[in-house]
Design a protein around this ligand. Sequence first.
Ligand code: IMP
Length: 431
Amino acid sequence: MPAHVIVGAQWGDEGKGRVADWFAKDADIVARYAGGDNAGHTVRVGNDTFKLHLVPSGVLYGSTINIMGNGMVVNPLKLVDELRGLDERGIDIDPVRIRLSRRAHLITPAHIALDGAREAQRGSGKIGTTKRGIGPAYTDKAARSGLRTGLMEHPERFAPALREHFNRKNRQLEALYNAEPIAVDQSIDVLVEAADYLAPFLADVDFELYEALRAGKSVLCEGAQGTLLDIDHGNYPYVTSSSATAGGALTGLGIGPQWVDRITGVTKAYTTRVGAGPFPTELDDERGDRLRGTGANPWDEYGTTTGRPRRCGWLDAVVLRYAARINGLTDLVVTKLDILSGFDEIEIADEYTHHGEPLAVFPSEADTLDRVEPITLSMPGWQEDIMSVTTLADLPQAARDYIDKIADLSGVPVSLATVGPARHQSIPIAD
Ligand code: IMP
């Protein structure tokens, strides 16, 4: 079995972690290809909830190998915390099954300070970043001045490289942003200690993936963020700094396109977004509040990473068709269908108009997307609680019609729907 890519079809938070966990049971390797600890993947196993930020979701299956690819940016302090936390909860974190690319880039405290300082300077033009240092770390990568994970194996070079990095960043922080400098010696000490812990996990993962694929092993490529947060194809500049789309799986892991035979897009049954930027189907009323929930349940719409309330709105089929095109989706997983129970009517945006004219192509400008008028169609809702339904036949007819409509409007078959956070709350639809 070759490579299967899991990609977010909206603005992130679609439930990719739990979907990757679902498919991980049939995978030999789960490999994350982009982003950093800006992502928060929540996976429920039995009564346990795991919040993963860097380690792929396959870690929760004993036999799976878990790879963090070169497309990622890794805060070593966060990765150490995450690995130690998993270890304490009895999850096997042997380096044999957890592999970190030597080509990924490091996030340091200076990147985090710069992320905050740049956001503050943007004023009302804020992107609403997660302040995890993602943008500044990818900036250094593109500027060819970044620190790669592989350096952590070479303490004699790592410490001087960190010193040079902090001295340079402190000059920027002070001169450009009037911000507090980073405590250099103290930061070097903690990072060198983290490097010592992480060095055994480093590997040439692109080579290992190639060998595995040639040997007929199956690789699940786990995305982070979503299509509309992609640095190229999202609503720039309200995006993250990585290639979150399916193409990012190839460059972010170093595998060739010929290995990929399935590209699953993950969409919520409605839409959410955190941070600033256009959101055509956003609901600023009690229906949006209802989708968001109060925060009393762990699955309510508050960020896993930052705790920020998410903006909520109806499903947007224009976005789904765009995601289908950009990623080459072969199938869709619809998550959180249960949240729509109790609505009398459910709407889906099927088209946008701009200055009264239908838009033929998804707009490249955030400004245009901000001004479109979504044309919605309305469908009857259902009142039943569907959280214990496990087969398509047991779903209310209105919920089945809604799934059919999503497939119809997006042009992509729906393979799975989820009706709650636990593994068993998944309804296979077609494979
Ligand atoms: P950054 O990735 O922290 O630079 O944030 C850039 C934009 O992407 C902001 O709007 C964030 O809210 C958004 N973002 C980053 N990661 C995630 C995620 O995992 N889920 C949802 N939004 C995200």
